[in-house]
Design a binder for this molecule. Structure first.
Ligand SMILES: [Zn+2]
Length: 340
């Protein structure tokens, strides 16, 4: 393509001045002034990721469970290791964690979820005592506690017992709040669960405890977590509550519905297959968006250089996430501290 010479307006107005050729921007030398000089690059540089952007899942295990069954998942620790693990996270600048638990005694009605002496409550106390300023989030969901592995309680003929499920989640939320959590996360993608949880927290005087529900695409990227934590329902998926990955519209609607129900922030998972969702949500939701990089994603990154996972986390921020929940929180935070 031949380049076109354009006369500048000044030349046109003054016919006696020498005619200066002006190149079009696209025809210029190939040197980009925004990237050519290190000092200009440094002026423009913004660090997208800091340890304070990370939320670390802590997968709490009973002390007597064989570590070989969960050690391959970063963040999986026995209850007696929880305090030390939380201190380690905080020492590298991670300020938030999400506690999930492996429960051995599971029943159809998830009674242990409401037992004030359960493993979840013990873990909340352990983190709170070890790191008083740690932001603690929990999940309020049936799947760790039901013998079916379902997030919801089942009624007659295997149907979802909706009111009983609301009650379970709401009462779990209050129990966790009493133990000192800052944020609870209804995770069953069950419409009405945010409203029910919010109402019960307010009634109990915990108006300052946040509710952070999830928008979840059905995905094989949860499988490692499900098998390590033994929360896989017999049928393989979550009763149709999780959203088919082809249905972006449903995911957008779900997030807006959560905000209408009173959510303070929204978790999007799995992060890796939700980049478009994050970006679209960023345009319509002003509440904090949390991208949850799931267990399967962490496994994919396990053999890659840490720089690759850092790039990925930065890309999630750029796509619209305010915070990133990741099993790699500890190693990412260490790498950031090392200046990577
Ligand atoms: Zn669940």
């Amino acid at each position: 393509m031949t380049s076109t010479i354009v006369m500048s307006p000044a030349v046109v107005e003054n016919p006696t001045a020498p005619a200066l050729p002006v190149r079009r921007r696209m025809d210029v030398t190939g040197v980009n002034p925004l990237r050519a000089r290190p000092r200009v690059q440094e002026l423009l540089y913004r660090e997208l990721l800091t340890p304070a952007d990370l939320i670390a899942p802590i997968l709490v295990q009973p002390d007597h469970r064989d570590p070989a069954r969960y050690r391959y998942l970063p963040g999986a620790v026995s209850i007696s290791e929880v305090a030390g693990h939380a201190q380690q996270l905080r020492s590298v600048g991670v300020r938030a964690c999400k506690i999930l638990v492996y429960i051995e005694h599971r029943t159809p009605h998830a009674e242990d979820a409401l037992n004030p002496d359960n493993l979840m409550i013990a873990a909340i106390h352990a983190v709170r005592n070890a790191v008083p300023d740690m932001v603690i989030a929990t999940e309020v969901c049936g799947c760790a506690w039901t013998d079916s592995g379902e997030c919801v309680l089942l009624g007659s003929r295997g149907r979802t017992a909706i009111d009983a499920t609301y009650e379970l989640m709401a009462r779990m939320a209050v129990l966790h709040a009493q133990a000192g959590v800052d944020i609870v996360g209804p995770a069953a993608v069950l419409d009405g669960s945010v409203q029910a949880t919010r109402f019960e927290l307010d009634e109990a005087g915990f108006t300052d405890v946040g509710v952070a529900p999830s928008v979840i695409f059905d995905s094989a990227l949860f499988d490692i977590y499900k098998s390590a934590m033994n929360t896989d329902p017999g049928r393989g998926n979550r009763r149709g509550f999780q959203i088919d990955p082809s249905q972006l519209g449903q995911a957008l609607d779900q997030a807006e519905r959560w905000i209408d129900e009173g959510a303070d922030s929204v978790l999007v998972q799995p992060a890796m297959t939700s980049i478009d969702l994050l970006t679209r949500l960023r345009g319509v939701i002003r509440a904090p968006l949390i991208a949850f990089s799931t267990s399967g994603e962490d496994q994919l990154f396990a053999t890659a250089p840490i720089a690759v996972q850092l790039e990925y986390a930065r890309a999630l921020k750029r796509a619209g996430a305010d915070l990133i929940m990741t099993y790699g929180a500890l190693r990412l935070a260490r790498a950031l501290e090392d200046g990577q």
